[in-house]
Design a protein around this ligand. Structure first.
Ligand code: NAP
Length: 553
């Protein structure tokens, strides 16, 4: 199938490939490996100076995964890779994940087909040639039959519009685009805006080093102890020795009677147990820490208000137990349904507010008015700071595709198409954008499944679709408008059985002013992957294939 050439083309492109991949993070790297393995000519571009995507950009203090590193936060496609990489902690640090991804890049010889420090600035489809033309920040213009957007679900940082920010004379950093040089907090007054996963991981670490930390909190959060620890060799061996079964378990379809496919819980119903038994479970899960607090909980947790409220009350009790100053504890008290914002794990977060050098500002009572030369000005006064840390998250799920804003058939712009709703088919394709595929796009389980395994399975679906086209002599494929609407209904039907849509979160786009509000994550868990495989097996319902490629295409 390979058609690579390096001669200048009539469309201005200097290089031609079967596939261009945008992004060399977890998804882009696997897409390169897999599609290249099919004999396609593939080239990946990434703006960063190395591979790793998210794990390169998010180098803030305390950054680490929150699922068990082995086996859940690693690729699954190679048993040899599983055997040879020694994860050292139950929840790997950012540095270790990045080292792992660097190893994968070398181990599978990916670097020769990745061009780093190269942003894709424009991508446009030409219906006559059935090809994409891609312009990059280095001036390179390339042409490809397929465009695979592995741009990340959490990779476009969201920075608040702070009046006077240009006057601020201190340093300002964002957790999602952390500077390459280490940031020193020693002897400094630090302000942190944001208390999501990133802020909650970073604040305790910064507080250990800084002279003073002022946390500016808009929405209080529930968080559960991470209880990260060294990974025992026998735990790693148990994964390796039973790798076939472990992987099969990760792929197993959810039981049909699960209250929510993505979260089956511990298999027990909360309603079959006494209040005392339920409290005992919550206490045991708190002691255990980790995401077991969600996945080892009752299956009703994310679908039943009464049970969720009980869990919230349990966690609120923990905050009161840990935080000594009752006023600060009050400010830290969340009031949304637990788990409907991304569950968070921490290492001493609530306890950090017992430190003398940490102050909490509740922005709901005392909103930020702007920046001055020397600090943050809120309604009640000025907070002098030397370093401002923005832990303010991302324009999630759709943000990086919108930043790319590809142009489809007839110049159709994605920004225009997604002005009021992020329509996609299977989360993988968008109508009017032939031969464009997304990994972890809106409408996939994305961040609510295992990211590396999800990337593998989505890539393999895309690869099978390309293989099918090749076998059928087809030049272009795209989703129909009707299929997109049906998919949207399916995504919403699952979400509406849960408590997720009841909370403002980045799942619903509520964290970005002016962003369309709707729930854009498929909550089918592994069931999603069975569903898309079935659609492929049954002849790709919802897709239209166009004959081709044209001569010399
Ligand atoms: P986030 O969850 O969106 O949190 C952003 C925080 O900034 C929220 O507290 C938000 O308040 C606040 N904020 C945003 N704009 C603000 C403004 N203008 N003024 C004041 N406060 C503002 O972002 P994140 O913490 O970077 O995490 C994003 C996701 O990345 C996580 O949910 C998770 O999926 C992933 N992540 C994972 C890990 C891990 O695996 N351990 C670590 C970090 C991140 P509101 O809640 O009011 O919007």
């Amino acid at each position: 199938m390979a058609t690579t050439t390096h001669a200048p083309q009539q469309d201005g492109a200097t290089e031609r490939y079967d596939v261009v991949i945008i992004g060399a993070g977890v998804s882009g790297m696997y897409a390169l490996h897999h599609l290249r393995g099919m004999g396609l000519s593939v080239r990946a571009y990434d703006g960063a100076p190395t591979v790793g995507g998210t794990w390169w950009h998010n180098r803030y203090p305390g950054a680490r995964v929150d699922g068990p590193s082995a086996p859940l936060y690693g690729y699954t496609f190679s048993a040899e890779l599983v055997k040879e990489w020694d994860w050292t902690e139950t929840q790997s640090s950012q540095g270790e994940v990045l080292a792992y991804l660097e190893h994968v890049a070398d181990r599978f010889d990916l670097r020769r087909d990745i061009q780093l420090e190269t942003w894709v600035e424009d991508a446009r489809y030409d219906e006559a040639t059935q090809r994409w033309t891609v312009d990059t920040s280095t001036g390179l213009c390339v042409s490809a039959r397929f465009l695979v957007c592995a741009v990340g679900a959490l990779s476009t940082p969201n920075a608040p519009d702070l009046p006077g920010i240009d006057d601020f004379e201190g340093e300002c950093v964002h957790t999602g685009s952390w500077p390459q040089e280490p940031v020193s907090f020693a002897g400094k007054r630090v302000g942190v805006i944001g208390t999501g996963s990133s802020g909650i991981q970073a604040i305790p670490e910064i507080a250990k080093e800084a002279l003073h930390v002022t946390v500016f909190q808009r929405t209080p959060q529930y968080t559960v102890p991470a209880r990260n620890r060294p990974l025992a060799p026998e735990e790693l061996a148990a994964v390796r020795d039973n790798w076939g079964d472990v992987r099969a378990g990760m792929l197993a379809p959810p039981p049909p009677d699960a209250p929510l496919p993505m979260m089956q819980g511990n298999g027990r119903s909360a309603f079959d147990e006494t209040p005392e038994q339920r409290q005992a479970l919550y206490e045991a899960l708190w002691e255990q820490g980790t995401l077991a607090f969600v996945f080892g909980n009752y299956g009703e947790l994310l679908v039943n208000e009464e049970i969720n409220r009980e869990v919230c009350a349990f966690l609120q009790g923990k905050i009161r137990e840990i935080v000594r100053d009752p006023e600060t504890a009050d400010k830290l008290m969340p009031d949304h349904f637990y788990g409907t914002k991304r569950p968070i794990l921490d290492d001493g977060y609530y306890d950090t507010y017992n430190r003398e050098n940490v102050t909490l500002v509740d922005l709901r009572q005392d909103p930020i008015e702007g920046m001055t030369q020397v600090g943050v000005r809120t309604a009640t006064g000025e907070h002098p700071i030397d370093v401002l840390v923005l832990a303010t998250g991302f324009d999630a799920i759709s943000g990086s595709m919108l930043r790319l804003d590809p142009r489809g058939r007839g110049g159709a712009r994605l920004k225009e198409k997604w002005k009021s709703h992020f329509h996609s088919y299977l989360g993988l394709m968008v109508s009017d954008f032939p031969n464009l595929f997304m990994i972890h796009g809106p409408g996939t389980p994305g961040v609510l499944y295992l990211m590396p395994l999800g990337a593998e399975l989505e890539t393999e679906w895309i690869a099978n679709c390309i293989r099918h086209m090749h076998e059928q002599g087809m030049g272009a494929v795209e989703a129909t408008h009707e299929a997109e609407l049906d998919w949207d209904r399916e995504v919403n039907a699952i979400a509406n059985r849960t408590l997720f849509p009841k909370t403002d979160s980045w799942y619903t786009g509520a964290n970005i002013e002016g962003k369309p509000r709707h729930f854009a994550v498929h909550l089918g868990g592994s069931g999603y992957f069975h569903r898309i495989a079935e659609i492929a097996d049954e002849g790709y319902e919802g897709l239209v294939f166009h004959a081709g490629p044209p001569r010399n295409g």
